[in-house]
Write a protein that binds this ligand. Sequence first.
Ligand code: PAF
Length: 282
Amino acid sequence: MTTLIPTVKELQAYRASLKGSVALVPTMGALHEGHLSLVREARSRADSVIVSNFVNPLQFGPGEDYERYPRTLEDDLALVDDFADAMFAPEVRDMYPYPEPFKVDVGPLGRVLEGEIRPGHFSGVATVVLKLFLLAQPHIAVFGQKDAQQLAIIRRLVHDFNLGIEIVGVPIVREETGLARSSRNSYLTAKGREDALALSVLLSKTVECPTAPELLRLLRNKENSSSVTWDYRLAVNPATFEEIDDAYVGEALVLLAARVEGVRLIDNASVNLVPSGIKETA
Ligand code: PAF
């Protein structure tokens, strides 16, 4: 049975009552199978599991979907009932009592890619995650690998502020079609869901590109499509998030972002690139 914790004060009292290890799963609610895989992972690693459920206004830019972001608290509670001990679902004014809250400056890693397209987004994410960490004081925190840049920024947050929290990244959960699970998929029509497969289909083609030049050719070769507007299709060094060049060898992260029916979708996959001329045999 999951206990609903609606205020910061009650979370602090609840946390003080816990013994043993604590895992936190930060979410914005509208939970689906992808979130459940994070909660299950948390359950397998700690004595107590707290899920936070808070649509964080600081990470939405003007004109983004803050107001219409799905809020489904009752369903969310039911979904995690067998796995989470508590769900922290505070009001905005409880998390941010002042109109202009102090924020975390995330530096260059927060200004490229998603951060360039969504200015201030990662500062908002890092600020709320830092607050959640300070309130829930977890030993472990679990995040999805779908938001790869977010995961890298949270690892840096923990490192740079010496928070001593183990950050666990859980692989992307996909629908049978290959579409990565996302709360924003609920905005798509049936046709939109089909068009959105362009992302996972492109990722599946990266296995045919064992070298950096082949991979970069695939990513640059955009076919014209009226239904999918690409924001980026890039391969980066997973440690620095700098774009790779033709000479790159080793693990690369392919990052995709696109708009389908006006809905922003992201997806990614890791690939291991060998030197040009030496192709791995199956
Ligand atoms: O990934 C999300 O759902 C959010 O960015 C997070 C980490 C819960 C912070 O609001």
